[in-house]
Design a protein around this ligand. Structure first.
Ligand code: ADP
Ligand code: ADP
Length: 230
């Protein structure tokens, strides 16, 4: 599933006047590719991810996911697309502390009023290497394990595209490596599209392509050997 942004702009009403977070971004995230988005703090990386994932509407321009322009969907269709086709992973995991790993994975489906098959939940956690942590609550898991639960949750509906906002930002080197390996496998083995914001060049080196943002614009793109050397 390919995600396309056409001349996307996003302006926020800041206290001291409007803030331009995205200033005409055009980009394509091809099916089966891994893109890292880098750039200084405040350059618009998170906003780019939120707009591309349909979490926030752009002020101008268009976002297209698998041939569907998000701006043409009503709220119900947009909610369904976000739930079924798009996964999102946050830096701080966003797990519910009172729920077990299995309950966290099943939560989005439960909230949508659907049953989550417990064998499938088990399989989802096994896929991220946590078969023996199904009944653990977040505080009983390491940071890397919590992030892997969050990834299992994001992948539970088998979305074709996964957006990750600084997924290794709260992790040490070793656990970062586990999470990055998992994301890489999603692309290589399952042909998913991954778009990851990171400020860490080592993390970015697992991507096929690095997009650089400055002041709400994409200013450069590196692929292959160049990207590995960021
Ligand atoms: P990055 O992820 O690169 O740090 P962001 O996308 O978070 O950048 O932010 C880009 C710009 O938009 C910044 O100037 C930020 O302060 C502003 N911004 C982001 N979200 C909001 C918001 N909800 N309200 C007002 N301004 C915002
Ligand atoms: P990692 O090897 O990912 O850095 P840790 O060293 O933090 O993980 O934890 C080692 C193991 O102990 C992990 O498998 C984790 O599930 C378990 N563990 C960590 N904290 C707790 C806890 N408070 N209660 C139960 N198990 C825990």
């Amino acid at each position: 599933m390919t995600v396309r942004l056409d001349d996307v702009g996003k302006t926020y009403d800041g206290g001291a006047g409007p803030v331009t977070a995205l200033d005409g971004v055009t980009a394509t995230f091809d099916e089966g590719t891994f893109t890292a988005v880098m750039g200084p703090s405040g350059s618009g990386k998170s906003t780019l991810l939120h707009c591309a994932a349909g979490l926030e509407p752009p002020t101008s321009g268009a976002v297209t996911i698998a041939g569907t322009r998000l701006g043409e969907l009503d709220e119900t269709a947009l909610t369904r697309l976000r739930r079924d086709r798009v996964g999102f992973v946050f830096q701080d995991f966003n797990l519910v502390s009172s729920l077990t790993a299995a309950q966290n994975v099943a939560l989005p489906l439960r909230l949508a009023g659907r049953r989550a098959d417990s064998e499938r939940v088990r399989a989802a956690l096994a896929e991220v290497g946590l078969a023996d942590r199904i009944g653990h609550r977040p505080r009983e898991l390491s940071g890397g394990q919590q992030q892997r639960v969050a990834i299992a949750r994001a992948l539970f509906t088998r979305p074709a595209v996964l957006f990750a906002d600084e997924p290794t930002g709260a992790l040490d080197n070793r656990t970062s490596h586990q999470v990055l390996t998992l994301l890489r496998e999603l692309v290589d083995r399952h042909g998913r599209t991954v778009v990851m914001v990171t400020h860490d060049p080592v993390s970015a080196a697992v991507a096929d392509r690095v997009v650089l943002m400055v002041d709400g614009r994409i200013t450069d793109e590196l692929t292959g050997v160049d990207a590995a050397g960021v």
